[in-house]
Structures are given as structure tokens and as C-alpha cells.
Design a protein around this ligand. Structure first.
Ligand code: SF4
Length: 707
């Protein structure tokens, strides 16, 4: 929506695509210039909230390093090309590879930004279908797929993720999440800070369990440091306590659950005393938290990336919702609730209350035999699938908004593998550490040149809503929209290179309108467009049992796949890692690897620093600002030390997504302070075997002072 406020200045409403909070922004422009970006007061969901990243959309739009023209590599150098030339090059090189080696020879990988662009998220599956490859990878297996799997197994739908109803809650237990900085993840909650303050002002309590006293923990009522990787032990101690002390109160869920007896039975070995060495939290504290959770009027347990990026990511994610269910807090006001999205939600279509559920392992990766989950293989299998000869070997890659060289364990190995490909195509806005390996790069649009409707995040929102924003600027002449690019690539791979570009009748607006009409509120896109700041669809409502899509029509409290992993949890008690453990962290001015080239976010203190507890610093001879050496997986890197009481002794923290000093990339701002690549220190063989998620947290590392 665009309003003229003077002859030359305009005010545009725009949904921020930079993180899951999806804030509404007001972008003021004068001709082609951006004058200011601020929070949109009229936004029905974010009410004027904005974080520093939102402002950086101006820098992103104006970034001279942002690609605006296709590039083709000729004799090892990228040269600018027309779209026709780029498509011709793809047509010349990709279909013959498929003809010679089969569809699986093409790997497809999508990165986190794809989740924020309807033109990519909704159209990428069509490209995959056109190719027919099984080799699909995404950032999901570095992030949230354990939660999607546990939700799928319990509720029958990958996207049925219960989120805290913070505006009505009295008690929140937060594990491995830092919403003060992130504004939620798998929980779209702009201005978490304001909502947490309001909750505490009305007498609510927030307890944060994290190896670091995060920004969220610092503003909570209680912070409990936990041994990295020990969440399963802590959560099991809580569930055990609920059964042992007769604190289970299913309430309104009584008739909607299955597997309660089996659950009680398998919890018997996990007493808090037994769990304490694994999580570093004493038995009394475990019992205290379990009782507080059980006795709270309305409570929610929420866990995120720290709980997912562990060996027991799926077990953790399951236990969190088991706690919500056993205390009667699942699906009730003030507890952990399910949104009802206006469009694109699979738990509002089909038969209410019953479905096919989810299955994994319909096929397995060729080299590691990792099961397919949610239609994809673990991203940590990518390098071996390129390196290992044989039928189905990946010889070509289509990489969409993804930078695995920096974002995935053993990035240097991936870089080497990429350089061995017969053909690589990147769709990216930058010539970065990964796209430098491509033979052809097709640029995307600036977010301000694109329409926006979130497919995923309204399914995890603290409140129901429908919002759309149009393009602030017209796209440059000749530039393709991402969905057109993907559809045309699909045409090329289906032997129709001469097919005309798809028109607007196939574009996102048509898709959104169709999905809204079919959605539970029967809206139209015109209605949403006509509402300044979107349409508020109200507080979350109880949805049991209509939102369930399990074959039983029940909440499955004891999915066999997860129960089978409990034996491994028990066994892991004997192998709790010793020595220094490495965890990641999120910064309000950074988002994975791709916001480090924006001046407004890059300024200020160095962000790629190693947080170390003072006791560890003294023991290891580390001093503030000096370099520390980190060694793991045969790699040694150096990072500046930041001594912090916020760290748990024995744990160090480094953010991920850094390491912008590789030759051939073109990110001039990021290269000035490149940081180091945390992922080079991580093993690409360490995964949660159920979900395939990489282990990124609680990794043993040797730390020493730099000589
Ligand atoms: S919190 Fe996220 S959505 Fe909101 S302004 Fe910041 S980056 Fe954008």
C-alpha cells in the first residue's frame, strides 16, 4: 500500500523479510531514494516495532555489491551476461548431465532466505519436480527440522508447532532460545521484550535454561545454566517428576491423547538424580521447575535452536510438548497454542481432526544412508554425495539463497566439493563464499522490489493475522522475478527452453488469493490489500481436536520413533563430554551469513568474538581482546577473546556465519572484518539421526592462548 504525503515523498507499508518476526515497516521514499525506514504504527501484528536489521533494508537495497545482472564464469572469471545468455548456458550444460547420469545427479539446496520470499518458497518445489531429483537439501537440517518432526509425529502435521500464548501466560520456561534478540523462531513474536515485560508486570514469571546468560535470561526471573547438549536429561527429569509426584493434569486434553501409559512407563529410569550429571542441573532444581510448571495457572514451555541443534534434537522437541500436554497447557489460553493461519496451512485443510500423519525414511541418502525427512536429506550429507562416485552421485548443483560454505559444518570440505562439480547454478543476491563456485549466477530482486506474503510464519505467530505488502520500487527493466526464474528453469529442464516467461496469472498474487479463499477465514487478497497494516484475526483459540492430522485423531504422546531413541539418551549419560564445549549465539545485528555486508549492521564493536568465562580465561591464560586458538576436527582458528560472566564455566561461545575472507567472493564490507568460520570446527558426521539435524551445539573444542 502506498500513500502520497507530498508531491515527491511517499510512504509505503512493507513487511520485513529479514527474520521470522515479520514486522510491518513504513518505508519513506523520494523518487528512487529511501529516506527512512521505521516500524509501521498501523501494523496490526507488530504495532510499530522494529529492530536494527529492519533499517538495514535500505543498505541492502542500495548495496553496490548486490548482484543486478546474471553472471557467467568464463575461463575462471565471472562476466556479466544477459538473462537470455545465462539461460542458454544453463540449457547447454544442465540437461545433458541429467540425460547422461539421471535426475539425481542434480542436487538442490535452499537457504534460510527462501523461507522469507514467496517467489522462492512456493515455486522451488516445482523446479524440484521438474528435475525429478531426490537430492534435496536445505537449511532446515541446520535449524528447526527436529521440532517439525516431533510436531509431525505428535500432531500429524509438520507445521503444527505450538507457540507460547505470551499475552495470557503466567509462566514461561524457555530453553535454548533467545527471543529478546531473535523476536522468536518457530514463534513469530515481534517485540518479545515488550510482551515479556508486560507478562512480568502482571505477575508472570519467566525461567530461562541456557549455558549462557543470554539477553533473554538477563531479563527473566530466573536463569538456570545447563550443560550444552544436556537438555534431554533436564527435560526427562521434569517429565519423570510430573509422573512421580502425581502432577499430571491433562485437563481438556484428556480425551485427545494417546500413549499416556506408555509414556509413563518409559519415563521410569529418568529420575532427576540420574539426570543431574548429564545436564549439570541438580535434582532439586529439576523438581522445583517441574512443580512450578505444574502449579502455574497458565504456562508454556518453549525451546528453540539450542534444543534442536543437538544429538537429541527431536527428543528435546518432543519432550517440550510432552510437558505442555501433561500440565494441561497445550492448546489452552496462556499455554502453548496453535495458530490458525489465513492461508497455506495444511492443518486447516483436509479432514478436520484426522489425517495421514507424517513418515520419514521413504528413501535414504546414498552414502550415509540418512533417512529422508520432510522430503530432504541432511545438509551435512551434501559434500559426501558430491565426492563419492557411483550411480546417483551429485555432479551438478542448484543453490538457491544458500551459503553452505559458511553455514554448514565442514564448510571447507563443501567448498572443495563444489569446485569439483561439472556444473553449478546459484540464485543469489551476492557473489559470496558459495556462489563463487557457480558457473552461472542468477540475481534475485531487492526485497523492496518484491511483493510479500509470508507462507510459513503466520503458522507460528503469537496471534492470527493476514498481511500483504506490495513492491516499494518497480523492478529494474529486464530483471526477472524469482518465481519467473524458477518456472523458466523448470521449463528448460522439461525440454521447453523456448517457452515464454510465465505471466502474472501464475504469479504469487494469484497464488495468495487462491490460498486465502480456500483458507479458514475465506478472505481474498483484495480484502487483505485494502486493510492498512493487515487484518487482525484475533488471539489464538483452542483448536483441539480439529487441528490434529494424526491417523489416530489423537495427540501421540509416545511416538515409537522417538521412544526408541531414549535408550540412546540413557547410554549417553555414560559419555557426557568433558573439557571445553562450544556453543553458538545470535546477535541482533546479524542473521546467519548474509547480513554482514550491510554498513548499518557492520558498524560498532567486533561481533565474531569468543565469549569465555573469567575462570576459564584465567586458567587458560586468555586476556580480553587477545586472540584465542580454537581447535577441533583438525582445524585451528583464532578469535578475539571477550571475557564474560554470562558464560557458564567450561563453555565458550562463537557466532556462526562468519569467515568472509575467502578468495573470489565480493562482499567488500564483510571482508573488512571477516571473522572466523565456526562451522569449520564442527563435524559433518554429527547429527540427530531421527531428523538429520546437524549437531552445532555442545561441541568439544580445545581452547588456548595464541602464542
Ligand atoms: S525483528 Fe526481524 S522482522 Fe522485525 S524489523 Fe527486525 S529483522 Fe525485521
Amino acid at each position: 500500500m502506498t500513500q502520497s504525503t507530498s508531491a515527491t515523498e511517499q510512504s509505503h507499508y512493507r513487511i520485513c523479510p529479514l527474520c521470522e518476526a515479520c514486522c510491518g515497516l513504513e518505508v519513506r521514499t523520494q523518487g528512487e531514494k529511501i529516506i527512512s525506514i521505521r516500524g509501521a504504527e498501523q501494523d496490526v501484528f507488530s504495532h510499530g516495532y522494529i529492530c536494527p536489521k529492519g533499517v538495514s533494508l535500505k543498505d541492502l537495497h542500495e548495496d553496490p555489491d548486490r548482484l543486478r545482472t546474471p553472471l557467467i564464469k568464463r575461463d575462471g572469471q565471472f562476466v556479466e551476461a544477459s538473462w537470455e545468455e545465462a539461460f542458454a548456458e544453463i540449457h547447454k550444460r544442465l540437461p545433458p548431465l541429467i540425460a547422461a547420469h539421471g535426475a539425481d545427479t542434480v542436487g538442490c539446496i535452499v537457504g534460510n532466505p527462501v523461507a522469507h520470499k514467496i517467489g522462492l518458497l512456493a515455486y522451488f518445489p516445482r523446479l524440484v519436480r521438474a528435475i525429478g531429483t531426490r537430492n534435496v537439501f536445505s537449511a532446515s537440517s541446520l535449524d528447526q527440522i527436529p521440532k517439525q518432526l516431533s510436531s509431525g509425529l505428535m500432531f500429524g502435521d509438520w507445521n503444527a508447532v505450538a507457540v507460547p500464548d505470551i499475552e495470557r501466560s503466567d509462566f514461561m520456561l524457555i530453553l535454548g532460545a533467545n527471543p529478546m534478540v531473535s523476536n522468536g523462531s518457530l514463534w513469530t513474536v515481534p517485540d518479545y521484550r515488550g510482551k515479556a515485560r508486560a507478562m512480568r508486570a502482571r505477575g508472570g514469571r519467566i525461567v530461562v535454561v541456557d549455558p549462557r546468560r543470554t539477553e533473554t535470561a538477563a531479563q527473566a526471573d530466573m536463569h538456570i545454566p545447563i550443560k550444552p547438549g544436556g537438555d534431554a536429561f533436564f527435560l526427562l527429569g521434569l517429565v519423570h517428576t510430573l509422573f512421580a509426584e502425581n502432577l499430571v493434569r491433562l485437563g481438556h486434553l484428556e480425551t485427545h491423547v494417546a500413549g499416556l501409559e506408555a509414556l509413563q512407563q518409559v519415563m521410569l529410569p529418568f529420575s532427576p538424580e540420574r539426570m543431574a550429571p548429564g545436564c549439570g542441573i541438580d535434582a532439586d532444581t529439576q523438581r522445583h521447575i517441574a512443580r512450578e510448571l505444574a502449579q502455574a495457572q497458565r504456562a508454556a514451555v518453549y525451546g528453540r535452536i539450542g534444543t534442536c541443534t543437538q544429538r537429541f534434537g527431536t527428543v528435546n522437541s518432543w519432550l517440550i510438548d510432552v510437558l505442555n500436554a501433561l500440565t494441561g497447557n497445550l492448546d489452552r489460553a496462556g499455554g502453548a497454542m496453535f495458530t490458525k493461519a489465513a492461508a497455506f496451512a495444511t492443518n486447516t485443510s483436509g479432514t478436520p481432526g484426522q489425517g495421514r500423519g507424517v513418515v520419514t525414511g521413504r528413501r535414504h541418502s546414498r552414502v550415509s544412508q540418512a533417512p529422508e525427512v520432510f522430503g530432504e536429506f541432511p545438509i551435512t550429507c551434501l559434500a559426501e554425495e558430491i565426492e563419492t562416485p557411483g550411480p546417483g552421485q551429485i555432479k551438478a548443483l542448484i543453490c538457491i539463497g544458500s551459503n553452505p560454505v559458511l553455514s554448514t559444518p565442514q564448510g571447507p570440505r563443501i567448498a572443495k566439493a563444489l569446485s569439483s562439480l561439472s556444473f553449478m547454478l546459484s540464485l543469489d543476491i551476492y557473489l559470496n563464499e558459495t556462489s563463487r563456485h557457480a558457473d552461472v549466477i542468477l540475481p534475485g530482486l531487492s526485497p523492496l522490489e518484491d511483493v510479500h506474503y509470508d507462507i510459513a510464519f503466520p503458522q507460528f505467530s503469537y496471534r492470527n493475522h493476514a498481511r500483504f505488502s506490495g513492491a516499494v520500487f518497480a523492478k529494474p527493466p529486464g530483471q526477472l522475478e524469482e518465481w519467473q526464474t524458477l518456472l523458466h528453469l523448470a521449463d528448460i529442464l522439461q525440454g521447453k527452453p523456448e517457452a515464454p516467461l510465465a505471466g502474472p496469472e501464475h504469479g504469487p498474487e494469484a497464488l495468495i488469493d487462491q490460498a486465502l479463499r480456500a483458507g479458514p477465514y475465506g478472505l481474498t487478497l483484495d480484502q487483505v490489500k485494502a486493510a492498512p497494516g493487515g487484518i487482525d484475526l484475533g488471539a489464538l483459540q483452542s483448536r483441539m481436536p480439529e487441528m490434529l492430522r494424526t491417523p489416530s485423531g489423537k495427540i501421540e504422546l509416545a511416538p515409537p520413533l522417538v521412544l526408541a531413541d531414549l535408550a540412546h539418551v540413557e547410554a549417553a549419560l555414560d559419555t557426557v563430554p568433558k573439557g571445553m564445549l562450544l556453543i553458538g549465539r545470535r546477535d541482533v545485528r546479524s542473521g546467519n551469513s548474509w547480513m554482514h555486508n550491510l554498513p548499518v549492521l557492520a558498524k560498532g564493536p567486533e561481533r565474531c568474538t569468543l565469549l569465555v568465562h573469567p575462570q576459564d580465561a584465567a586458567r587458560l591464560g586468555l586476556t580480553q581482546g587477545a586472540l584465542a586458538q580454537l581447535s577441533a576436527q583438525g582445524t585451528t582458528l583464532s578469535a578475539p577473546v571477550d571475557i564474560s560472566e554470562d558464560m557458564m564455566p567450561g563453555v565458550v561461545s562463537l557466532p556462526h556465519g562468519w569467515g568472509h575472507d575467502l578468495p573470489g567472493s565480493h562482499l567488500q564490507v564483510a571482508a573488512r572484518r571477516p571473522g572466523i568460520n565456526l562451522n569449520a570446527l564442527l563435524s559433518d558426521g554429527a547429527r540427530d539421526p531421527l531428523s538429520g539435524n546437524a549437531v552445532l551445539s555442545g561441541v568439544p573444542v580445545q581452547v588456548s592462548a595464541t602464542a
